[in-house]
Design a protein around this ligand. Structure first.
Ligand code: AMP
Length: 480
């Protein structure tokens, strides 16, 4: 297989890939990269965790014209969490090309997004509802969109987004569409074909919908013992990091409370929570602050937390595809994962559809008994007292080279990007390539200094005037 270096990527993209430690494209990336330049619509079916996001982020970042003022690519996605995650992938890949990706999703302040969209924006990652709000208010310019990506397409079109997606497509004057999804039911395939022009189908792993890297087991349990069974199972498995899926938010709350009281290092996530709290929980979980996350399927799609080693379906999902998405939260990249599902008598009616869908029988195992659990209780307690052994964070690797500075002057004092660039390029040892994204707000300016030169620039700016005056320059604390 080719390495990324053998593809005609520009230097800033190759540099980002190198920093991320990605050497070779995954199968889906290879397939998309091969066809991307044909400028046609693509329907890509690839299993969750196969590197789908990077498959579109890479060629889009490469293709974007940095000089362009208005968004050139639009990514539509069903959940806000996913939007944020995709935005981060663009941040990672487009770092050294200074690609600005703006997230446009609901339950976050409209005004902040509006301000961001007023500045140079290359890519917009959006959930449909909020994007339509911006379109209606005229706060987003879509005339330059060349590429529309519909991610998690089946879900997008199923969750009642179909009309929204149609309206968004109508607002795009010229574009090509790339459609990505792990699952692609026939009815949805047909719908998508209506919206696309002679799409090229790309199917990676056509039969196997669940990853071979995940060992999945099921346990028959009594309804009244379900919670106890969950505890027995998780204690005996004693995973490094675990997601527990329930079908309803009330159940999430109940399970979370019980686990918390039992001494589990856990958090919960469901759609009824404030968006700010949802992001915070997800971020903390990603950073390894919690070993367990009890959640609804709001977290099942696309969410990429590398160190998840165990996924439990506390309830059997009523939608067979959801089973695959849940399992896909572990065994990410090249890692091995484990999954378990608890099945009560009432839930047995859903298992046949899952078996048909994954093309193999579910493996039913005996529930471990309490005696065994006692033996593992000590090990469990010990683990709960320890921090999670985290993998080296990829974003971290890139951030090491970047420092964001705040300057206490902005639009009100007529600060323009050229003033910042001019000042910085006059500093000894600093050139245009060392300057990242510049954001000018009313009374503040943010500028990112790349290539590890941040500290030096920060010190020099303490006694260098910007636009004729000394300014207060400070370092901005990193978000992660
Ligand atoms: P996705 O299917 O987009 O959710 O990606 C799954 C995981 O694979 C993510 O953690 C990516 O960071 C990782 N990944 C994507 N592309 C590559 C690559 N070429 N080499 C190694 N890891 C990758």
């Amino acid at each position: 297989m080719q390495t990324f270096k053998q593809y005609p990527f520009s230097e800033p993209i190759l540099k980002a890939l190198e920093k991320l430690g990605y050497e070779k494209p995954t199968n889906v990336q290879q397939a998309v990269l091969e066809r991307f330049n044909e400028n046609q619509d693509l329907i890509v079916q690839a299993q969750t965790g196969s590197g789908k996001t990077m498959a579109f982020a890479l060629p889009i970042c490469e293709e974007v014209d940095w000089e362009g003022r208005y968004p050139q690519a639009l990514i539509l996605t069903p959940t806000r969490e996913l939007a944020l995650q995709i935005q981060e992938v663009f941040f990672k890949v487009g770092r050294f090309k200074r690609i600005k990706a703006v997230g446009v999703y609901g339950k976050a302040p409209f005004g902040v997004q509006q301000k961001e969209l007023k500045q140079k924006t290359h890519v917009v990652v959006a959930t449909p509802g909020r994007l339509l709000d911006h379109l209606e208010k005229g706060t987003i310019q879509m005339k330059d969109i060349q590429c529309l990506v519909i991610d998690e397409a089946d879900e997008m079109l199923k969750m009642g987004f179909i009309e929204d997606v149609r309206r968004i497509i109508e607002a795009l004057p010229k574009h090509r569409t790339l459609l990505f999804s792990a699952t692609m039911p026939k009815a949805i395939c047909k719908l998508t074909e209506e919206m696309m022009k002679a799409p090229i189908p790309i199917q990676i792993t056509p039969k196997q919908v669940t990853s071979k890297q995940v060992e999945a087991r099921c346990y028959e349990v009594k309804t009244e013992d379900k919670l106890l069974s969950l505890m027995q199972l998780t204690k005996s498995e004693n995973p490094e990091c675990c997601m527990i899926f329930c079908n309803r938010k009330l159940e999430v709350e109940r399970v979370y409370k019980a686990l918390y009281e039992e001494g589990y290092n856990c958090a919960m996530l469901h759609g009824g929570m404030e968006q700010r709290d949802r992001f915070r929980v997800m971020e903390d979980f990603r950073r390894g602050h919690y070993r367990y996350l009890v959640c609804t399927d709001v977290a099942a799609r696309g969410i990429d937390v590398k160190h998840v080693t165990y996924v439990v379906s506390y309830d059997v999902p009523e939608d067979k595809e959801q089973y695959v998405h849940r399992i896909g939260r572990t065994g990410r990249g090249k890692q091995i994962g484990k999954a378990a599902m608890l099945i009560t008598k009432e839930e047995q009616k859903f298992t046949k559809a899952i078996e048909d869908y994954i093309g193999k029988p579910l493996v039913i195992e005996e529930m471990i008994d309490e005696v065994e659990v006692k033996e593992v209780e000590e090990a469990f307690k010990e683990k709960m007292a320890q921090p999670i052994a985290l993998q080296k964070n990829e974003v971290e690797a890139i951030h090491q080279d970047i420092l964001k500075l705040h300057i206490n002057a902005g639009k009100k004092t007529k600060m323009r990007p050229v003033d910042i660039v001019g000042t910085l390029c006059n500093l000894p040892g600093v050139c245009a390539e060392d300057i990242g994204i510049i954001q000018i707000q009313d009374i503040s300016t943010y500028v990112e200094i790349l290539n590890g030169k941040g500290e030096k620039v920060y010190k020099q700016l303490q006694n260098t005037p910007i636009k004729g005056r000394m300014r207060r320059v400070s370092k901005v604390a990193r978000r992660d």
